[in-house]
Design a protein. Structure first.
Length: 710
């Protein structure tokens, strides 16, 4: 694979030709933007509402057509061996497949496609750059010597500060050419990290691409160790699905769920950089706390029971207990006539509604209509000719309303949960045979709340209310949901996410070894069952793009204890990285040694994360302030002035820094309720570094990590 990296401006020089194509593509993009800006909508819109809607669509388009100076317009080129079929060329107009002439100053030939973040076409509508998501771009990620997919040559471009400075070719069908790893690819993977997460469109790996492009209809679950690209893959999958099913998903909606705010801030720029501005991001708590305020916390044992799937059945029983079989007839008086629906007929209606297992609230609304219908049948039998208006009037009749209130009363979901958690007898009645007496005692409030407003709801309570709300009225389902760091969800939380994609699909991403909640997932099969997607495929990613080899090997020593059976990540990073474990004589010297390690790291390029047990954060914050060293909080963007982030271990999940200084592992372990969770938290902290990790400790290290020089 020859690499080319020389300067020249002759038109015969290939690099100069590629640069010319880049300039021409930029000019074409500018023209597309100017066209959008020049659109005059006055003549085509009938009223101001239409005009406002159309204008906002045009504004979005103008925004999406921006040429970002440091984001290369294309990063690859495919030269097909044969003409590309119309089906595959979707996104690349017929013209591209046909065109034999050099155009636009770039020298594009038949079957030659430039692959980039967005589609750019020239004044004739012929493509200058093809969207990476188009079918014709797929071989850029998947073609290999074994399966060239009709690609003769694959070219990768290298950029320096927005300038096209190099390219590298692979001739997939040339048996004489030796297989080599791409230097540009390697350089891209090893580029220092500064600021928030960025996209990986130029370097998506074949096994990642299979997940990214898997069909909308199916749910995919990805198990992958730290840094295997799960988050990146999930975000690119959303971008891909939005491209392939734009209209459908615009109607039904997409959502990315992450563990906390700082994580969402860290990833929030990836999709906009791919031109996707409309994807919502939320935490599970955001989804379930719409109607209430979370002000309380649960002890771990209470949260475990509240998060258990058995609670769903307790709630179902509790809500259905509000239904009382009728013993009295309903008598409707209209004018001089009285219409009577006997109790046995009402009972039949109720039994039938119960058997249909429809939503409680839907049945509550259906019952008055059913009763009214029975009245209408009697009216007709008596020779009257009532119409729909009469039926509606009967349904609203006070006698019918009173009967419905007695038989199938409205239930407020929050009040239902409030009662379950406050009223021992009510809970016992519905938890019978499901929760033990001890479990019931664990979740009962010691001080019952007076009202929904004054109750100190916890996050787990909010999930119960969400479940109850779904029993009353069906939750709106989206077209696709990406669930990141899924291993930390309780069964009840999986259900909450699952009901938001009942009619859609999901991408579930996680690592069983990084589960740090008391209810964390033990197996993906169970998780998918609770999510309501038992048939989902489970894929595994094992190549690590973040953590250097030596560092991941050190962290992986914990795997047999924290998640027996899981394979260690294989780092693809060739740069050796650095691992240092420094013991200090005693606690008095710890803070100074940690600060010194941070200062050393700051001499290097990139971001620095100082990760410490949550309890150690105030101490280290004071020490940093005393040393005059400014620092950021997780999720805050690194700036030229500050590249150091002080990270509580509980927020480290999903994040990464070029250099990590890990403060006192023993304190990280002690910060958790049990040793396994402590070691898992430590595993997360040990796997955040891209270029180097320095562990500083005064207390003893866990046996597995006692350092013998790696
Ligand atoms: N194909 C790739 N090319 C370049 N960089 C990649 C690739 N795949 C992943 N990365 C990078 O590797 C890093 C780790 O990726 P990501 O955060 O998605 O991993 P993860 O599996 O979610 O990790 P964790 O389990 O720690 O949350 C990111 O910086 C990401 O951009």
């Amino acid at each position: 694979m020859p690499a080319h990296e020389h300067e020249s401006d002759t038109t015969t020089d290939p690099l100069a030709r590629e640069r010319a194509h880049l300039s021409a593509s930029r000019a074409a993009l500018r023209a597309m933007r100017e066209d959008a800006q020049a659109l005059d909508i006055r003549d085509v819109t009938a009223n101001w509402v239409n005009a406002a809607v159309l204008q906002s669509q045009i504004d979005e388009r103008i925004k999406s057509l921006a040429d970002l100076a440091h984001t290369p317009l294309f990063f690859g080129r495919l030269d097909y061996l044969h003409r590309v079929g119309a089906e595959q060329a979707e996104g690349a107009s017929e013209g591209a497949a046909r065109s034999a002439s050099d155009k636009g100053g770039g020298g594009r030939r038949e079957g030659q496609f430039y692959i980039g973040r967005r589609h750019v076409h020239d004044a004739d509508g012929d493509p200058m750059v093809i969207d990476w998501r188009a079918p014709v771009s797929q071989p850029f990620y998947r073609a290999s010597r074994k399966d060239p997919q009709d690609v003769g040559q694959r070219r990768r471009f290298g950029y320096t500060g927005g300038e096209l400075t190099a390219y590298e070719d692979e001739h997939l069908t040339d048996p004489a050419e030796a297989e080599q790893t791409s230097k540009l690819l390697q350089a891209e993977i090893e580029r220092p990290r500064v600021g928030p997460m960025r996209d990986i469109v130029a370097t998506i790996q074949p096994e990642q691409d299979e997940i990214v492009r898997s069909e909308l209809g199916g749910t995919v679950c990805v198990q992958g160790g730290p840094g295997t690209g799960k988050t990146a893959v999930g975000l690119h999958r959303v971008a891909y699905l939005l491209y392939a099913h734009r209209e459908r998903l615009a109607r039904t909606g997409t959502l990315v769920i992450g563990p906390n705010r700082s994580f969402l801030q860290y990833i929030e720029q990836v999709l906009p950089a791919l031109g996707e501005l409309a994807v919502k991001q939320a935490t599970v708590d955001d989804l379930v706390t719409a109607g209430i305020e979370v002000r309380g916390t649960d002890a771990a044992d209470a949260a475990v029971v509240k998060g258990d799937a058995r609670m769903a059945e307790v709630l179902r029983r509790a809500i259905r207990s509000h239904v009382t079989l009728p013993t009295e007839p309903v008598v409707v008086v209209r004018g001089s006539r009285r219409w009577r629906v006997p109790a046995y007929e009402l009972e039949e209606m109720v039994t039938e509604l119960l058997a249909r297992d429809m939503r409680y609230g839907a049945a509550h609304e259906a019952l008055p209509q059913r009763i009214a219908h029975a009245v209408l049948v009697r009216m007709e039998e008596a020779g009257e000719a009532p119409d729909d208006r009469v039926q509606n009037a009967v349904a609203r009749n006070p006698a019918v309303k009173a009967a419905v209130k007695a038989i199938w009363p409205a239930v407020d979901p929050a009040k239902l949960v409030l009662r379950l958690l406050s009223d021992a007898d009510f809970l016992a009645a519905h938890a019978e045979g499901l929760l033990s007496a001890d479990e019931q005692k664990t979740i009962l409030w010691t001080k019952p709340a007076r009202s929904v407003k004054s109750a100190k709801w916890s996050a787990a309570d909010a999930v119960l209310i969400d479940e109850a709300s779904d029993l009353v009225a069906r939750t709106h389902s989206l077209g696709h949901v990406v669930l990141d760091e899924a291993q930390d969800l309780s069964p009840m939380q999986y259900r909450a996410v699952g009901r938001r994609c009942t009619t859609g699909s999901a991408t579930v991403l996680g690592d069983l070894a990084q589960g740090t909640t008391p209810w964390s997932t033990e197996s993906w099969a169970q998780a998918l069952h609770h999510l309501g997607k038992p048939g989902a495929v489970v894929e595994e990613l094992t190549a690590g793009f973040r953590v250097p080899r030596e560092v991941i090997a050190y962290a992986s020593r914990l795997l047999p204890v924290i998640s027996p059976g899981l394979a260690a990540v294989e780092s693809v990073r060739e740069s050796p990285g650095s691992l240092e474990v420094r013991g200090v004589a005693g606690p008095a010297e710890l803070d100074a040694a940690v600060l010194a390690a941070c200062e050393e790291s700051l001499e290097r390029e990139g971001s620095i994360g100082l990760i410490a047990a949550d309890a150690r954060i105030p101490v280290l914050a004071r020490a940093l302030a005393a040393a005059g060293r400014a620092y950021l909080s997780p999720g805050e963007e690194t700036t030229a002035e500050s590249r150091l982030t002080l990270v509580p271990a509980s927020l480290a999940k999903g994040l990464e820094y070029d250099y990590v200084v890990l403060d006192e592992p023993a304190a990280v372990i002690d910060g958790e309720p049990d040793e396994r969770t402590g070691l898992r938290r430590l595993y997360v902290a040990l796997t955040r570094a891209v270029s180097g990790l320095t562990v500083v400790h005064a207390a003893e290290l866990p046996d597995e990590l006692v350092f013998s020089g790696a």
